[in-house]
Design a protein. Structure first.
Length: 338
């Protein structure tokens, strides 16, 4: 190769590298611009600091399409539809209480997708991470922050289907003792020990550090069960209860109930259950809600419904009065800090 040829090759290489560098800068600039712009008609989002003890904040999974899709974001509880602050933590399911969070996430690998449960501290830093056996479905933390629970699908993809299987785990954060599956608990059904190969459990809601409620499915029917962590037992309470959520005062549950005559694809209505009288009250939400509600306060629950930019967050009174109100667009799995 002559000196002239070598010079031409060198100049061509420099030109190519210059183009690549310019394109990279242009791409980065464009992405930065995207991160500064909100989705048309969607919420305003900017990256910042999000903590679980940062005052009166609501934290949830952002469902708006764009660079912050699935990130955890915070908003003021007084303006839940306002500007969002995004954290670099991505979750498919999320919940938090007393400065402890649980994040169910996904990893895309060479052999396909895998899923995990991460325990987060108040600054959303991962304390420990556990592999899970399937697609994330539900997550909860006890009011004290000492216990966490999560449910994943290990077969099928919907509670509405006739064939699915779940795995529900409980973790004691004080000792890092993991119960991988509630199927290892002793079941008491209608006053007698019960076991069946088709038992499934999901939708844990904690009363305290010793007791919880959940859903058990067997023989084509669902049941509300009350669990005892120390005794490792669950006792049936009532049929046709799914995804219970215990009120802050511990006196009521709001749950989704299958109502005869509705479409198999949208079979649920929200009900409140008085745990003293066992009286059920239908809530004022007439649409089918496939979610485990979150209590915003002693009288209001939040839940997700499909919207224009992903699931939207709605609220309704827990006593059967009032009407549903959309709280925030493109939002899911709320929890409260402060």
């Amino acid at each position: 190769m002559t000196s002239r040829t070598r010079l031409i090759v060198l100049l061509a290489a420099v030109a190519v590298l210059g183009c690549v560098g310019f394109a990279s800068v242009l791409h980065a600039s464009k992405r930065a611009g995207e991160r500064d712009r909100s989705q048309p008609g969607g919420p305003s989002i900017a990256q910042g600091t999000v903590t679980l003890d940062g005052g009166k904040q609501m934290i949830f999974r952002n469902m708006a399409w764009g660079p912050y899709r699935d990130d955890l974001v915070s908003v003021s509880v007084t303006d839940p539809g306002g500007a969002r602050t995004a954290a670099p933590v991505r979750c498919l399911r999320f919940y938090a209480a007393a400065g402890t969070g649980v994040c169910l996430g996904k990893v895309d690998g060479a052999l396909g997708e895998s899923y995990y449960a991460a325990i987060l501290d108040s600054r959303l830093r991962t304390l420990r991470e556990y592999p899970v056996a399937g697609i994330p479905s539900r997550a909860r933390v006890a009011p004290s922050g000492h216990l966490a629970a999560w449910t994943v699908f290990v077969g099928g993809d919907s509670y509405a289907g006739s064939q699915f299987s779940t795995r529900t785990s409980i973790l004691d954060l004080r000792t890092w003792t993991l119960t991988p599956s509630l199927e290892t608990y002793t079941i008491v059904k209608d006053g007698r020990p019960y076991h069946a190969a088709d038992m499934n459990f999901w939708g844990v809601t904690f009363a305290d550090d010793e007791h919880f409620y959940a859903t058990m499915a067997t023989k084509g029917q669902t049941h509300l069960v009350r669990g005892d962590v120390a005794a490792r037992t669950m006792t049936t309470v009532r049929p046709n209860v799914e995804c219970p959520s215990l009120a802050p005062d511990g006196t009521r549950l709001v749950f989704k109930k299958r109502v005869p005559g509705l479409s198999p694809d949208a079979p649920w209505r929200l009900y409140a259950l008085d745990l003293r009288t066992m009286r059920e009250t239908p809530l004022a939400e007439s649409r089918s809600v496939d979610d485990q509600v979150v209590w915003a306060d002693d009288g209001t629950v939040l839940y997700g419904l499909a919207g224009d930019f992903g699931d939207d967050l709605w609220s309704v009174p827990a006593d059967g009065t009032g009407r549903p109100v959309r709280v925030a667009v493109a939002a899911l799995n709320p929890a409260f800090a402060g």
